[in-house]
Design a protein around this ligand. Structure first.
Ligand code: ADP
Length: 218
């Protein structure tokens, strides 16, 4: 991973398991930054025009091996990195990235892929200026998600055959992912948030952490 960058923009990342509250918080942060007059690009995982439709089709067929899953998501990231993230940083925007390479590292590691191999695949990516990690109990995250929609096959890690019960599988699989995140957070100094706290309380903390970073752009 490339340490530091000389772009006029700033890269802020949110990471955590599904249902930890990332999207909710990033939307509030985007509103805050826009009101302050900053140009913002919000970028989401698995959203490139080129690769994302292929991933969606393959997921539907439940035909992805761990390496297939990993490589397709890496291709999606690489596309967005080159065509969306870097140009926005060069244009002086604040890029809010809903997941970054750490998602791939934590999640694909949980699928048994060697960490060194993953780190090497993403060595081209710059280190974000700020990475928030939402720590939340997988059981709570599952309950939050299933209040609004069905849990998805890969999200629950059902391909890993840890359990046939979706909730049990989700908790077992996402606990592994969480462990990967915990290691990365320690190694790379993520800003750790308690994802079980009320939305407004967490947003307040995030804005406090973000303020010095945006001050450095003025
Ligand atoms: P993620 O992007 O990490 O998957 P979301 O922001 O989509 O998570 O949140 C998942 C669900 O949990 C949503 O229905 C959202 O409204 C709810 N939610 C998010 N943050 C909180 C919170 N702090 N307390 C309670 N519910 C929350």
């Amino acid at each position: 991973m490339i340490d530091g960058h000389s772009c006029p923009g700033r890269l802020i990342v949110v990471e955590g398991i599904d249902g930890s509250g990332k999207s909710t918080q990033i939307e509030l942060l985007e509103n805050y930054l826009r009101l302050k007059g900053f140009g913002v690009l919000r970028n989401s995982w698995n959203s490139s025009q080129e690769i994302s439709p292929i991933i969606k089709k393959a997921k539907k067929k439940q035909m992805l091996t761990p390496y297939g899953f990993s490589l397709l998501h890496a291709a999606d990231f690489s596309y967005r990195y080159t065509h969306e993230i870097i140009p926005a940083l060069n244009a002086g925007k604040i890029v809010l990235s809903d997941r970054y390479v750490y998602t791939a590292i934590a999640r694909d590691c949980a699928r048994g892929i060697p960490r060194d191999w993953l780190m090497n695949n993403f060595r081209f990516a710059i280190r974000p200026d700020l990475t928030f990690f939402f720590r939340v109990d997988p059981g709570l995250a599952y309950d939050r998600i299933t209040q609004v929609r069905d849990i998805k096959y890969y999200e629950a890690g059902l391909d890993m055959e840890l359990s046939a019960n979706p909730r049990e599988s989700y908790v077992l699989f996402q606990s592994r992912v969480l462990e990967g995140y915990e290691n990365l957070a320690k190694e790379l100094g993520f800003s750790v948030l308690d994802g079980s706290r009320p939305v407004e309380e967490t947003q307040k903390i995030m804005r406090k952490v973000v303020n010095p970073l945006i001050q450095s752009m003025l």
